[in-house]
Design a protein around this ligand. Structure first.
Ligand code: FES
Ligand code: FES
Length: 176
C-alpha cells in the first residue's frame, strides 16, 4: 500500500488524518492512504510513480495534468485523491503497449506535434477522450476538445494535425 502525505511542515506525520482509498490506474488495482487534501496529480506522480502526468500551473489552467477518470478527461490538479476512491484512472502511460505506440503518440511523432513536450501528455489524454467518443472529428471539434489544454510553445497547428492523423489511423485499424 502506498502512503502519500503532502508537505507536512512542522506537523508530526501521526497527527495528520489519512483516508484509505482504492482505485484502478492503467488497469492495476491500488490501495493508498492519503491525506484528504492531497491532489490526485500528486497521488499519481509521487504515490504511484507515474511521472508522465505533468503539473504545469496547479490552478486548472494549463491541462498538462489531464488524465481520464472513468473515461472522462479531468485536470488532476483540480481533483482530490480521495475523490478517485472506487474509480478508474488512465494516464498517458496507458497509451502505448510494450511494443507499439498508440496512434495518438504516432500522430504526434509524424506530424511534429510536440515541441518541448510538456503539454503533450495532457493533450493526448484530452484527445483520447474525444476520439473514444468521436472517431472522425472535424478540425474545429479537435480545437474545441483541446481548448482546456495550453501549449506554451504555442504550436497548436501541428497538435491538431497530429490528432487528425491519429483519428485516421484508428479508423483504418477499425476497418481492417
Ligand atoms: Fe493542472 Fe495546469 S497543472 S491544469
Ligand atoms: Fe511545449 Fe506544448 S510542446 S508546452
Amino acid at each position: 500500500m502506498t502512503t502519500v502525505q503532502d508537505d507536512l511542515g512542522d506537523v508530526e506525520a501521526g497527527d495528520v488524518p489519512v483516508r484509505r482509498i482504492s482505485f484502478t490506474i492503467n488497469g492495476q488495482k491500488k490501495v493508498a492512504e492519503v491525506e484528504p487534501r492531497l491532489l490526485l496529480v500528486h497521488l499519481i506522480r509521487r504515490g504511484v510513480g507515474l511521472t508522465g502526468t505533468h503539473m504545469g500551473c496547479d490552478t486548472t489552467n494549463c491541462g498538462a495534468c489531464t488524465v481520464l477518470v472513468d473515461g472522462k478527461a479531468i485536470k488532476s490538479c483540480t481533483m482530490l485523491a480521495v475523490q478517485a476512491d472506487g474509480h478508474e484512472i488512465a494516464t498517458v502511460e496507458s497509451l502505448a503497449t510494450a511494443s507499439e505506440l498508440h496512434p495518438l503518440q504516432e500522430g504526434f511523432k509524424e506530424e511534429h506535434g510536440l515541441q518541448c513536450g510538456f503539454c503533450t501528455p495532457g493533450m493526448m489524454m484530452a484527445a483520447k477522450q474525444l476520439l473514444d467518443a468521436n472517431p472522425d472529428p472535424t478540425e474545429e471539434e479537435i480545437r474545441w476538445a483541446l481548448s482546456g489544454n495550453l501549449c506554451r510553445c504555442t504550436g497548436y497547428q501541428n497538435i491538431v494535425k497530429s490528432v487528425l492523423w491519429a483519428a485516421a489511423k484508428l479508423r483504418a485499424e477499425a476497418q481492417a
